[in-house]
Write a protein that binds this ligand. Structure first.
Ligand SMILES: [Fe+2]
Length: 349
């Protein structure tokens, strides 16, 4: 069986490379990504290697993805990011090649295609309210704005206001509600914190578990990671997830995305990887590895996450999203950084 698989792979490789022997001419696709945890991307890249016979080499970095792309434009064929906003910027700087694949265009819903098809959103997560199941009823919760009301005084935990996740969330507040209302909301949230922002997202769930606060703003996938971790399972079990604004504009999503670089000399192979990522199989691998939500309506939420939001009437883990356009958020980031510093969001209380 194994031999048969190998020979099929070799055949596929030989077809890809014309008449040249596959073994001598294995093609290499270079990927650049800000997914520092290679584990989340690795299963997908390995599946693609098997499928294509090509070898995928990666450059992984935490920060500075767009600048790296700009300073070394020929370094990578494909760029994969946790934050679609970065590809919006890369596209504006002329670093990406438009996607022309009919397969990708047919598969990916329009709202998940980047402007001028310069990239596509490959998955998304939401930044939602984690609440203490012991001390908060889902009916106490409604919108993001509500977290600024006096009833939450001293009850909210959140990580640093300057962390990327909160900058993205606060940027969406400004882009979706307008600058004045968005800032009022950030100020109100800061006034209601139970303690100075500290720790990562999961630490906020731990604080709820330990009774230090009643609600926290966190990314959805952390629930699944905690539930699967013996040391954090109790934290996960102590909290429920509430998807804000389901009766209104919807819950904010954070999009991850993929694109082909303008300088790529391997656009066909790069496109093949992106087509795989947009396929049902690729999306299932993405959901499994990252615990994000698939952009394909036919791919269900992760098994650990399918019941989340059930208390508020959500079915199959599906929720209404607020599609804040990425270009509308681009200018907000700097403004939010300034504002968060100005109001001393992270100060001791
Ligand atoms: Fe994260």
């Amino acid at each position: 069986m194994k031999t048969k698989t190998l020979s099929l792979l070799a055949l596929a490789g030989a077809l890809l490379c014309g008449t040249t022997a596959w073994a001598q001419q294995q093609r290499v696709l270079r990927v650049i990504s800000d997914r520092t945890d290679q584990g989340t991307l690795r299963p997908m890249l390995e599946a693609f290697e098997k499928l294509s016979g090509a070898k995928v080499e990666g450059v992984f970095m935490d920060q500075g993805l767009v600048n790296r792309l700009e300073s070394r434009p020929t370094e990578a064929d494909v760029v994969i990011t946790k934050d679609a906003e970065l590809l919006e910027i890369a596209a504006e700087r002329g670093l990406l090649a438009p996607l022309t694949s009919p397969k990708i265009k047919a598969a990916i819903p329009k709202e998940f295609m980047g402007p001028q098809d310069m990239f596509f959103v490959d998955a998304y997560r939401a930044r939602v309210i984690f609440y203490s199941k012991a001390r908060v009823k889902p009916s106490d919760l409604s919108t993001y704005e509500d977290l600024a009301s006096p009833k939450w005084k001293g009850r909210i935990c959140i990580r640093s206001g300057s962390h990327d996740y909160n900058l993205a969330l606060f940027g969406m507040f400004l882009a979706s509600y307008g600058d004045a209302k968005g800032k009022e909301l950030i100020r109100g949230l800061a006034a209601n914190l139970a303690r100075a922002p500290k720790g990562n997202d999961r630490e906020q769930a731990r604080a709820i578990f330990e009774g230090k606060c009643d609600v926290a703003l966190m990314n959805t996938y952390y629930w699944a990671y905690m539930a699967a971790n013996p040391e954090q399972k109790a934290w996960a079990e102590s909290v429920g997830l509430f998807f804000p604004a389901q009766q209104g504009k919807g819950t904010f999503i954070m999009r991850s995305a993929a694109a082909i670089t303008k300088a790529s000399g391997q656009r066909d192979l790069a496109q093949q990887l992106l087509e795989y990522m947009a396929s049902v199989e690729g999306q299932k691998a993405m959901v499994e590895a990252t615990k994000q939500y698939s952009v394909l309506p036919s791919v269900p939420a992760h098994a650990l996450m399918v019941k989340l939001g059930g208390e508020q009437g959500l079915v199959d883990g599906r929720f209404k999203m607020d599609f804040v356009p990425l270009p509308a958020m681009a200018g907000k980031r700097e403004e939010v950084i300034k504002f968060v510093n100005e109001i001393k969001f992270d100060a001791e209380r």
